[in-house]
Design a protein around this ligand. Structure first.
Ligand SMILES: CC(C)(COP(=O)(O)OP(=O)(O)OC[C@H]1O[C@@H](n2cnc3c(N)ncnc32)[C@H](O)[C@@H]1OP(=O)(O)O)[C@@H](O)C(=O)NCCC(=O)NCCS
Length: 183
């Protein structure tokens, strides 16, 4: 019990209830195939997200938690296997495209010191911002606290640890700038 008390420190009962209802709602619509799937997920996201402008083109098999802290712009595209955790707040602009198996998680596990075990520590929220016209390719990981500026491209399997420049193309782990998209 002391594990749960420490782990959940600062999380209100209303938040836990929201998470449970969100999990059931997204499970119900999360696997629906084809156009019906896009439509029902978009409707559910309109209800749960902090904000969703327009339609969300989200494939089946995407996991989203703490969605009431997630703001999403117009024409959001997201492929299967992607995981979005908005515990620390996430803002996605217009025309954001996420490939398959992308991870965007806005919570940090404090690691310094021996005790308590990392798993038993409360998560530190740290927001993530993804501006307009950003493409994050398959398997990339965006770390908490990072801002991806307008027009950024993140290559497959990259780990983005720092803010990016507008219209920069980044790849690798840690992600380094390859070039600019601009002439
Ligand atoms: C990031 C990306 C868009 C860059 O494309 P590009 O500008 O044409 O870059 P290039 O292919 O010319 O590669 C430039 C250099 O970066 C390296 N590089 C490219 N992508 C890389 C990646 N994801 N990780 C590590 N290095 C990468 C290349 O090996 C090359 O290195 P070199 O100069 O030492 O030979 C592309 O490589 C990529 O990752 N695309 C993702 C494809 C994908 O996942 N599609 C699924 C749909 S979401």
């Amino acid at each position: 019990m002391s594990f749960l008390r420490d782990k959940l420190a600062g999380i209100k009962a209303g938040e836990l209830i929201f998470l449970q209802v969100e999990a059931i709602a997204f499970w119900l619509v999360g696997g629906l195939p084809g156009v019906i799937g896009f439509a029902f997920r978009s409707l559910a996201y309109k209800v749960f997200f902090k904000r969703l402008r327009g339609f969300a083109w989200v494939q089946h098999g995407v996991t989203i938690v703490h969605s009431r802290r997630l703001s999403v712009g117009r024409n959001f595209g997201c492929n299967s296997g992607t995981y979005i955790n908005a515990i620390g707040g996430i803002t996605l602009g217009d025309y954001v495209l996420l490939g398959s198996n992308v991870t965007i998680s806005s919570g940090k596990h404090p690691i310094d010191g021996e005790t308590p075990p990392v798993f038993a520590r409360p998560v530190e929220p740290q927001g993530i911002v993804v501006e307009d016209d950003v493409w994050i390719a398959a398997g990339a990981v965006i770390l908490p606290g990072v801002t991806l500026r307008r027009g950024t491209v993140v290559g497959a399997n990259s780990v983005v640890t720092k803010d990016t420049d507008a219209y920069g193309v980044y790849a690798g782990s840690p992600a380094r700038k390859l070039r600019s998209r601009l002439p």
